[in-house]
Design a protein around this ligand. Structure first.
Ligand code: URA
Length: 473
């Protein structure tokens, strides 16, 4: 536009605008919020100070939702540089408590997954990594979308308390080497507020906003090493490999610049992980893997992610040693013993570790869905399975929806299985028979059977290391 001077070019130093905004009211003494929105809207980079001030004002309730939404939308369209993304991450993290484990005798490490159907890896990985000498302070989420999150799964264990105070969380961590709780009000509260706003303003799918949101919570948790499982495919948040690469690179880049050791696996989420999808059913399957049994894909991914943690913290010298050592800990019960101790320390009934079918919640009704024909299972559609599981009652549409812990799918066939006509494809669990009957056809429709077998594509698509520097938006 001729003669138009972008507001971002107004010669105010970053320090001036920061000070002006911090010492309100009126907080916009030197710069007004819409100038920052305009600056981003027109494609200029905000300074770290401007970002901090904007987030501080929003968290303090001094900046209205409509201005924060406008900035989020401008970021959605214009992206952010790495410096801006790091500043946003830092501002969100500093809006609440930041845990500090420096001086602890064990190296601290955690894993974050962007989530997918049948993802019960955290339940196995945390005790496995702890059994190998790490401290795993895991602050996890509840699911919003097709299935429950790690916390919903753990909450299906009778007595398990996922709402420990930070003090109790530290105590369990010191005693057992791992603890898993939900996000507290004191951890990254600005992210909670901003995420709720993004959810209703169509600004969730933005790489810098997602990076800052995930990392602010993980950095506040205090672990010095972070491993990300960025799932991609129809059952995941990131639909394409390119999107997953972009997010993984961004998480690694900003994580490393925040002083953490980081790496990320990009994993396939076209088909569900394992043979169960739900909450209690997934705990039972995780226990199977902790007994050295269970589906090969769940075991393989758990071992690969845990190995990233032990390698980055130098607990294991190389990948071969990590694979051997960690496999042995699953097979000889050492990881299972840590799981028992963690469940007990968090108030849960540790007998689930020995006899899950007796001690986990049981469904009101269950039903096998038979195969319409004989053949080879060549594809299980993770998205279709997720929709069925949501309608069975295992997931939430809104944050305040209640979950049925016993609902879900078990005994699910996997790509590579051979089946006879009328042999079960899967077992549905729900509150009553009517719910199950209405979903039988949809469940069967998720599974493709062919005359010839087709190999399952690789589960781990690539590894992104901490020296990731690719630019991102
Ligand atoms: N998960 C988060 O915690 N934040 C996002 O923005 C997206 C997924």
């Amino acid at each position: 536009m001729a003669g138009y001077e972008a507001p971002g070019d107004i010669p105010l130093t970053a320090g001036e605008s920061a000070i002006a905004l911090r010492h309100g009211p009126p907080y916009y003494f030197g710069v007004i919020p819409q100038w920052l929105i305009e600056k981003k809207r027109d494609g200029h980079a905000l300074t770290p100070e401007e970002i901090h001030v904007f987030v501080q004002a929003y968290t303090a309730g001094e900046l209205p939702d409509y201005q924060m939404s406008a900035l989020a939308m401008a970021i959605y369209f214009r992206g952010m540089t790495a410096v801006e993304t790091a500043a946003l991450t830092d501002a969100l993290m500093r809006s609440g408590d930041v845990l500090d484990f420096s001086g602890w005798p064990r190296p601290t490490a955690d894993k974050h997954s962007t989530g997918g159907m049948g993802d019960k890896i955290s339940l196995i990985l945390a005790p496995l990594a702890a059994s190998a000498g790490l401290a795993v302070p895991m602050i996890s989420g509840r699911g919003l979308g097709l299935t429950g999150g790690t916390l919903d799964k753990l909450d299906s264990i009778p007595g398990f308390d996922s709402r420990l105070s930070i003090e109790a969380f530290r105590r369990v961590l010191a005693e057992t080497g791992c603890a898993i709780i939900g996000q507290t009000d004191r951890l990254a509260p600005a992210d909670r507020k901003l995420y709720a706003l993004r959810d209703v303003t169509a600004t969730v799918p933005s790489i810098p906003l997602i990076t800052a949101s995930i990392l602010s919570k993980k950095l506040a948790e205090g672990a010095s090493t972070l491993v990300f499982d960025v799932m991609c495919g129809r059952g995941a948040f990131m639909r394409t490999r390119e999107q997953a690469q972009c997010l993984a690179t961004s998480l690694c880049h900003i994580g490393r610049n925040s002083g953490r050791r980081v790496s990320a696996l990009i994993t396939d989420m076209e088909q569900p992980l394992g043979r169960t999808v739900g909450n209690a059913v997934e705990v039972a399957e995780a226990v199977e893997v902790l007994h050295g049994r269970g589906p090969a894909d769940v075991r393989a991914l758990t071992l690969a992610l845990t190995a990233q943690m032990t390698l980055l913290t130098s607990v294991h010298a190389d990948a071969a040693v990590a694979a051997r050592e960690l496999s042995a800990r699953l097979d000889d019960g050492r990881a299972l013993e840590v799981f028992r101790r963690m469940v007990t320390a968090q108030g849960g009934n540790a007998r689930v570790a020995d006899d899950p079918s007796r001690h986990l919640p049981q469904p009101g009704a269950s039903l096998d869905v038979p195969a319409p024909r004989a053949g080879h299972v060549v594809f299980v559609d993770a998205e279709k399975i997720g929709r069925v599981v949501l309608q069975l009652g295992a997931g939430r549409r809104r944050t305040d929806d209640a979950i049925d812990p016993a609902a879900g799918i078990s005994a699910l066939v996997q790509c590579g299985d051979t089946i006879a006509r009328r042999q079960p494809l899967l077992r549905l669990h729900a509150r009553n028979t009517a719910m199950i009957e209405s979903l039988r056809a949809a469940a069967a429709d998720a599974i493709e059977i062919a005359d010839e077998p087709r190999p399952r594509p690789p589960l781990i698509l690539e590894t992104i290391h901490e020296n990731a520097t690719k630019p991102f938006r």
